[in-house]
Design a protein around this ligand. Structure first.
Ligand code: AMP
Length: 935
């Protein structure tokens, strides 16, 4: 009976009194139905052995569950050895005799899953080895990502993949939409959709409405699928039907081919107005005002049509190609044109019309305004001249057939050398030009003016005044000289000066100028000498560089001799003081081993030893040792510490502190789900603190990732991997970008991928990814997505979702690190402060990103304001005295314990420890004489 007294049917076995039980119950063939991962929910009751009087010790409280994959739905026998074990199932609740008496069963529910199924189906089997069980129900199911419409693309019901694989699904565009970029999504193992990429857009005539495309209403239109929504028809247009992709123009209005559909319909312009002409012998300037109505367009231009009537009784005809229009005859954008090369004494008619982009679409004739002119007569040639030292007299003949009465003559002249002309006017045909320079050549021209305008000039005549004599160009020379004196350093000025000054300059004077220039050059040489790097030498002490005041990282490439960088930053260690014990990894240049280092008068310590494999090139040796010369510049508890190098004998080695737990990514995967949130935040805080130190030293890491963080036995995380070639050669995650560099795409900020802008801000982006790796226990960022998809998704604004059980504040911090604009990302200092606050106030970590309530009722709520309160909260109140006697009286001071007490920590079992207190304080427990583990 169940709790409502309804009878339940069940399979039961209860052979507890006899030993060596092996009872099997098997299902029929269960078709897989395309699923790769199948869940099995089993409900059962289990009798508590102690409640059965007189049962032997062989009584069990568990049973086993198995499966066997097969394409054959009708197997009648499967050997025990063919089954694959799913799990041993134990009860959360077993029931006792009293319960039986009450006739209330305690039902247990357990769910297990099997992955990577590939055959048509499978059989499930249950093995009893001597328990008292009743199987009440068995439910076999798989998970699907449900049909979804996103970005106007429909994604079908999709069965999830095996293990944690994502299934990539191609979406199809909803009705009346088309692909803008192939829509895709990933179906995750737990039946949720992830990372939408691409989208569909509504076709012309349709607009987006929630998950579908609806037609544009009458009076509106949508011209392109790229437009968001339907718009009202523009002025002078209409649409009477639904789904309009454009609106038709009203009568008398038009739309040119190149006009956007959003533009109002327009019409041809009205006629140009107020034409005027200015005749100048055989050329005329025509000007007019723009038309009063431009037709609603801004592209009005003008065309000029020209006809000539010779005046000798012959018929009028088109002007032909002999007449020239400046700037052009057709398509004028200005309301002005110069018409030249007209025939003299001829009547011309110019018709000016305005046109715009729709004039050719209108069937009506273009309206024109006309101008009539008559050209004048060419004037004269100079006949006579008379010269003196400062004047010239000219006489000329008037035009043969003047075009009207002559009003005046215009004489134009200029000095031949400088072409600055002077204009004189006279009513007679003789003129004396006075005030000329002696012995100078002048050019003269004369033209006549009638009522119809000016005639053309007669030919040029060159005349020279009679007196001779010339001044030396000493002025120019002197000016340059003064400029030169003023701007002494300019060698160019000297050459310029020499070139332009005549020989009259004294040689002594020239010499003194050269001396002053020479002095100037000496001065430049001195400035250069001041920049000599030798003057910026640093102080060295015991083989390690001291960076007085500034703590800026020095790139080994700034050294001409890279070996010098190694000597400056790394201590040479005698190979005899190292004992290699075992291989722990493989580096780019050779094996990584662990071992011990015993330096004179120091205690023996564990170290990691990287060696350079035999047969290396000089470049490889340099690159290998560059890591030591970089690492040797750092001294921080969250940066891997360099002990020294062996370069005087082979193999060349780099010795660093030993990190018992190896790299962070593997470590987290190995201990999935085993740390408290405070421990995880503590790890992140350590990494952020190391990175703050590096960024303060102006060092940009470029390859910050969990695989490049090392973890010691106390869970202290340290940033490592500083080799110069590391991002290029060493990192298996690095992929070539379109710009040629090799970059670990998933960890790298978009600006660094796009244009190699690596800064501390791009390191902050990578740090956000490391946070995500930590919170998801070493999950691969962006799972199995391809690098290209990652780049595209990031560009489209996608960011990694919060890992399971991740507090909102931490996911928010990750999102801050992934701000597109690098200036908006937090600095490492701010990140450290934020994490410190979270550690101090664990309450703030309660709200989880994927569930709004703190779900674990066993974890007490606490927010502490003093060290004593904090120790009470973590059930370590008995150590209050140890803390206060060691000077740790404020919470802030406690936070920095781990930085200060880098001492000889005894190797703990960190898992045991992690259950007791946050790891951050582990290092100090020994210093504080606390031993909670052996007390
Ligand atoms: P690396 O060449 O620095 O990437 O080192 C290769 C591998 O050697 C790392 O992934 C670690 O597993 C291991 N390793 C390197 N340095 C250390 C160290 N100081 N302590 C422990 N393991 C290390």
């Amino acid at each position: 009976m169940d709790e409502r007294n309804t009878p339940m049917r069940s399979y039961q076995v209860c052979n507890v009194m006899e030993a060596n039980q092996n009872n099997w119950l098997r299902t029929r063939h269960i078709p897989r139905d395309g699923a790769q991962r199948v869940y099995i929910e089993i409900k059962f009751t289990l009798r508590d052995c102690n409640s059965l009087p007189g049962v032997p010790g062989t009584c069990k409280e568990t049973f086993n569950m198995y499966y066997y994959e097969s394409n054959n739905p009708n197997l009648w026998f499967i050997k025990e050895s063919q089954y694959v074990k799913i799990d041993t199932i134990a009860a959360d609740e077993s029931f006792t005799q009293t319960d039986v008496g009450d006739r209330v069963m305690k039902l247990n529910t357990e769910v297990r899953d099997i992955s990577n199924l590939s055959k048509k189906g499978f059989y499930l089997a249950f093995q009893d080895v001597g328990a008292c069980i009743a199987l009440v129900s068995l439910r076999v199911f798989y998970k699907k990502c449900p049909t979804a419409v996103l970005n106007l693309a429909q994604f079908p019901d999709t069965v999830t993949g095996g293990d944690s694989a994502l299934v990539e699904v191609r979406g199809s565009c909803v009705n009346d939409s088309e692909e803008f970029e192939a829509p895709r999504m990933y179906c995750s193992a737990d039946g949720g959709w992830l990372v939408p990429i691409g989208r569909c857009v509504c076709k012309p005539g349709f607009e987006e409405s929630k998950d579908y495309c609806q037609p544009c209403r009458p009076g509106t239109y949508k011209a392109s699928s790229m437009d968001g929504y339907c718009s009202k028809c523009p002025p002078h247009s209409y649409s009477h039907q639904e789904k309009a992709s454009e609106c038709e123009c009203e009568k008398g209005f038009y739309r040119a081919d190149m006009d956007p559909r959003s533009m109002a319909c327009t019409r041809p312009p009205s006629v140009p107005e107020n034409p005027i002409s200015t005749l100048n012998d055989t050329s005329v300037t025509l000007e007019w005002s723009p038309p009063r109505d431009s037709g609603g367009r801004g592209d009005v231009t003008y065309n000029i049509h020209c006809r000539k009537c010779p005046g000798d009784g012959r018929k009028c005809s088109p002007c032909g190609s002999g007449v020239h229009f400046l700037p052009r005859q057709f398509g004028l954008s200005m309301a002005k044109v110069l018409v030249s090369d007209l025939l003299s004494n001829t009547n011309y008619t110019f018709s000016i019309e305005a046109v715009n982009g729709v004039s050719d679409l209108s069937p009506t004739l273009k309206q024109q305004v006309t101008v009539n002119i008559t050209t004048g007569q060419t004037v004269s040639v100079i006949l006579k001249e008379r010269k003196s030292k400062d004047s010239i007299t000219l006489a000329w003949q008037g035009p043969d057939r003047p075009n009207g009465a002559i009003v005046e003559y215009e004489v134009i002249y200029y000095e031949k050398r400088d072409q600055n002309y002077t204009v004189l006017k006279t009513k007679s045909n003789v003129m004396t030009v006075e005030g000329l320079k002696p012995g100078t050549t002048y050019v003269f021209r004369v033209r006549a003016r009638t009522d119809g305008g000016y005639g053309s000039y007669g030919g040029e005549i060159e005349l020279e005044t009679s007196h001779e004599g010339e001044l030396p160009p000493a002025c120019t020379c002197l000016c340059l000289f003064f400029i030169f004196i003023y701007h002494r350093p300019c060698v160019l000025a000297l050459s310029c000066f020499i070139a332009s000054c005549s020989e009259g300059i004294s040689k002594i004077f020239m010499l003194s100028l050269m001396v002053s220039t020479f002095t100037c050059c000496r001065h430049c040489g001195y400035i250069k000498a001041k920049q000599d790097p030798d003057e910026e030498k640093m102080q060295f002490q015991h083989g390690r560089v001291k960076l007085p005041g500034s703590r800026t990282y020095i790139h080994p490439h700034t050294y001409e001799d890279p070996n010098q960088a190694v000597r400056d930053f790394a201590k040479e260690i005698d190979a005899s003081s190292i004992r290699i014990e075992r291989v722990i990894g493989a580096g780019e240049f050779g094996e990584v081993c662990s071992g011990r280092l015993k330096l004179p008068s120091k205690r023996e310590i564990y170290v990691a030893i990287k060696s350079l494999k035999a047969g290396y090139s000089e470049k490889q040796r340099r690159d290998f040792l560059s890591e030591a010369s970089i690492m040797g510049q750092f001294d921080h508890p969250n940066i891997i510490r360099l002990e020294g190098v062996v370069t005087r004998c082979k193999p060349v080695m780099i010795i660093t502190e030993y990190m018992e737990n190896g790299s962070l990514d593997t470590f987290l995967k190995k201990h999935d789900g085993q740390f408290t949130i405070i421990q995880l935040v503590g790890m992140m805080r350590g990494i952020a603190s190391g990175m703050k130190y590096l960024s303060d030293m102006n060092y940009v890491h470029r390859d910050l990732a969990a695989r490049n963080i090392l973890v010691n036995s106390n869970l202290v995380c340290k940033v490592s991997d500083f080799g110069l070639s590391r991002v290029l050669e060493d990192d298996p995650e690095a992929a070539y970008t379109t710009r040629g560099g090799k970059i670990p795409i998933r960890w790298t900020a978009p600006e660094a991928i796009a244009y190699r802008k690596f800064t501390s801000a791009s390191d902050v982006w990578s740090y956000g990814i490391v946070m995500w790796e930590v919170m998801s226990y070493g999950e691969r960022p962006y799972w199995e997505m391809s690098n290209q998809d990652v780049i595209k998704a990031i560009d489209e604004g996608y960011r990694l979702p919060a890992p399971m059980d991740c507090p909102v504040v931490l996911h928010q911090l990750m999102l801050d690190c992934w701000e597109k604009s690098r200036s908006e990302r937090p600095k490492f200092g701010q990140i450290v402060n934020t994490l410190d606050k979270l550690i101090r106030n664990p309450n703030s970590l309660k709200e989880l990103a994927n569930s709004s309530i703190w779900e674990d009722p066993t974890t007490p709520e606490f927010s502490v304001s003093s060290v004593d309160e904090w120790l009470d909260a973590i059930k370590m109140g008995q150590y209050k005295d140890n803390f206060s006697s060691s000077g740790y009286v404020t919470l802030d001071s406690v936070l920095y314990i781990s930085l200060r007490c880098r001492t000889n920590v005894m190797p703990f079992n960190y898992l045991l420890v992690s259950l007791i207190i946050p790891f951050l304080f582990l290092e100090c427990l020994v210093t504080l004489r606390i031993s909670p583990f052996w007390d």
